[in-house]
Write a protein that binds this ligand. Sequence first.
Ligand code: NDP
Ligand code: A1CAB
Length: 264
Amino acid sequence: MKIGFIGCGNMASAMIGGILEKGICSKQEIIVSNRTVEGNERSKKNLGVNVTLDNCQVVRETKTVVLAVKPQFYEEVIAQVKGLITEKHVIISIAPGKTLRWLEEKFGKPVKIVRTMPNTPALVGEGMTGVCANSYVQDIEMAGIKEILGSFGRYEVIPERLMDVVVSVSGSSPAYVFMFIEAMADAAVADGMPRAQAYEFAAQAVMGSAKMVLETGKHPGELKDMVCSPGGTTIEAVRQLEKGGFRSSIIEAMKACVEVGRKM
Ligand SMILES: NC(=O)C1=CN([C@@H]2O[C@H](COP(=O)(O)OP(=O)(O)OC[C@H]3O[C@@H](n4cnc5c(N)ncnc54)[C@H](OP(=O)(O)O)[C@@H]3O)[C@@H](O)[C@H]2O)C=CC1
Ligand SMILES: O=C(O)[C@@H]1CCC=N1
């Protein structure tokens, strides 16, 4: 086995989808554990990987282990497996709020830990992951981890103090973007467009706009100005969005997101 996942819900499945798509590992080289038989059946059916109900088996059979359970289960899972962790293992955390220091304390011995914050667009190879590691992780091991993270999108090594910000700006933000797309589609439907078509138009507009930010290097404000014709349709929409506190609402939501992560 090359990679193990303890917990295989939404986020682990998205990561595995990307890893398999890029051929970093074959299905036979991945083992996942779930809490329930139903969870294992889901992982087997959707991903075709090896499954177990025994978290310790994941640690025994792999050297790269992703902790992909909810943050509230981290302590319990670490307590189960820590006796099996050797100097050859690298543990990858994907939980918000769980610092390298907290994780080291729970393992209670020197353990190689990489802290990441991925996002679900990993499923289609367009993830964004923030990553940092503790001092036990060697460069060659980090290179292997980067290869895994790069298989499902972009990644950036960041100082750990920024990890809570990464949660809000890319970990959680797909949810806000999906809400934005849904709202745009609702408006298009209200004005007579069939719903499936409305999702396609809205989603492609969001994807193209994101690509322009990433590929032109232009300021988002400049790109916005390029759409706003004097006396035109767009500036009227922009006026209404400002009236509704569009930007402020996003900023406040993200500040709340960061605060919740910090307290986890
Ligand atoms: N969803 C997202 O967009 C993102 C999530 N994350 C982080 O990823 C982690 C997982 O989140 P997500 O995938 O959304 O959660 P899900 O609820 O979708 O999945 C949780 C998984 O953990 C399994 N599980 C629960 N308890 C145990 C246990 N004791 N031993 C083994 N497996 C267990 C569940 O199994 P079963 O189904 O059988 O109950 C399930 O497969 C969290 O820490 C989250 O904060 C990070 C970035 C983005
Ligand atoms: O909502 C959550 O807590 C997780 C972390 C980032 C995305 N989902």
